[in-house]
Design a protein around this ligand. Structure first.
Ligand code: DOR
Length: 422
């Protein structure tokens, strides 16, 4: 048996925030309480001064495997996740080939079983993510996909999306939507506004997102199908989400640490490293996202971990791909924006990183009660560190080389220490 000794135990679901010990037996939490660290344990971790939380769960990552494994693969992605305190991740379907056939989902999940953390996948909504014909959604669900998404290949056709929602409802899975209407976008990855003007570009307007949030919330309400809005970036979208929830549409939403912590001004300092879809927007938008997660209107935090190579990010702005590698800095970035400079308690932040995403997909984890899976993240909320090197194969992050505060010290998944890697 393993003892985590003297931690600040944060279990938001059972409203626990107290100093104590956790016993791990096999892949489960056996008991919480006060125990003698000099007893007969297989291993004792001194967690005095640290906090122990349910393992973080990220419903939105890109591991690029198969197809783009020079940017990331299952193994490097899983290590980056563990380093960031994540014990479960859901990979997006935009691999090559994409996850649009059940045998591909099955093969992916078989390979993922070899990883130290729980690596799951979304299934594609349309064949080849092309937005024309529906993928076999029920078969993808039966093969083990936990959500359905074409992610950055936004479903522009409402009739097709409506059919997808009806099938997804039958399949029992929510549809995850990256909402960006191409009609409102000049150059993707930069907000249309002061910074895009300085760059001489017409960027992506916030209406590109909010108009589709409103449209698809209506489809969700009409069909009764669950819709999850990915990485909201704009105040207008938060307002559309508010109206949808007031009208009891079965919708949910996520926000990323980069949209919580950065604005379009980041483009001026970090250029393509801050290029992301949907783009970083204004301080007013950022404040609305913080209020949204503080009130629970926005359900959870997800990273949209989107690794790209240094060579790709060195391309001229319009050619460089969008995306930020976010797993390893997510906790520090969210802690700064939401707790140190924002309105959330540490326990509320932990909830939005663990129990809330677990509940959305009915995943194991999210609690530190006896009998729960021993998926546990131990962190030091105060430690200052320099984000110098990444476990991810890619380092496309505006936080690289910057001092951060709040650091993951140990990650346990299924009762095993998975970070630091042994
Ligand atoms: O910035 C982004 N990058 N947004 C997306 O939706 C896709 C992602 C990627 O796959 O690189």
């Amino acid at each position: 048996m393993t003892l985590l000794h003297g931690a600040r135990v944060l279990d938001p679901v059972s409203r626990v925030d107290e100093t104590g010990d956790i016993i791990i037996k096999g892949d489960r939490i056996l008991e919480r309480g006060q125990f003698d660290p000099h007893g007969n344990w297989d291993a004792v971790y001194d967690c005095r001064g640290l906090a122990a939380a349910p393992g973080f769960i990220d419903l939105h990552v890109h591991f690029r495997d198969p197809g783009f494994t020079w940017k990331e693969d299952l193994h490097s992605g899983a290590r980056a996740a563990a380093a960031g305190g994540f014990t479960t991740v859901v990979c997006m379907a935009n691999t090559s080939p994409p996850m649009d056939r059940p045998e591909r989902v099955e093969a992916f999940l078989r390979r993922a079983e070899g990883e130290a953390i729980r690596v799951l996948t979304a299934g594609a909504v349309t064949e080849g993510l092309a937005g024309r014909r529906l993928a076999p959604l029920r078969d993808l669900a039966a093969a083990g996909a936990v959500s359905l998404s074409d992610d950055g290949n936004t479903l522009q056709d409402p009739a097709l999306l409506r059919r997808a929602l009806l099938e997804a409802r039958e399949a029992g899975l929510p549809v995850f939507l990256h909402e960006e209407d191409r009609a409102y976008i000049g150059t993707a990855g930069v907000n249309e506004g002061k910074v895009s003007k300085m760059m001489g570009l017409s960027g992506a307007r916030d209406a590109a997102e909010s108009s589709l949030v409103a449209r698809d919330a209506a489809l969700s309400r009409e069909t009764g199908a669950r819709v999850h809005f990915q990485h909201l970036s704009a105040r207008a979208s938060v307002e559309a989400l508010r109206r949808a929830k007031e009208e009891s549409a079965p919708v949910s939403a996520e926000v990323t640490p980069h949209h919580l912590g950065l604005t379009e001004d980041a483009m001026l300092e970090w250029g393509t490293l801050a290029k992301v879809n949907p783009p970083l927007r204004t301080e007013r938008d950022r404040r609305s996202l913080i209020q949204g997660i503080a009130s629970g209107l926005i359900d959870c935090i997800a990273t949209d971990h989107a690794p790209h190579s240094a060579a790709e990010k060195a391309l001229p702005f319009c050619e460089a791909p969008s995306g930020i590698a976010g797993l390893e800095t997510a906790f520090s970035a969210a802690l700064a924006a939401l707790v140190r400079e924002g309105p959330l308690s540490l326990s509320e932040l932990v909830y939005r990183l663990s129990a809330a995403p677990a509940a959305l997909l009915g995943l194991p984890g999210g609690a530190l009660a006896a009998g729960a899976p021993a998926d546990i993240t131990v962190f030091d909320p105060e430690e200052e560190w320099l984000c110098a090197a990444f476990e991810s194969k890619s380092e496309n992050s505006p936080w690289k080389g910057r001092p951060l505060r709040g650091r993951v010290k140990y990650t346990f998944c299924r009762g095993r220490l998975v970070w630091p890697a042994v």
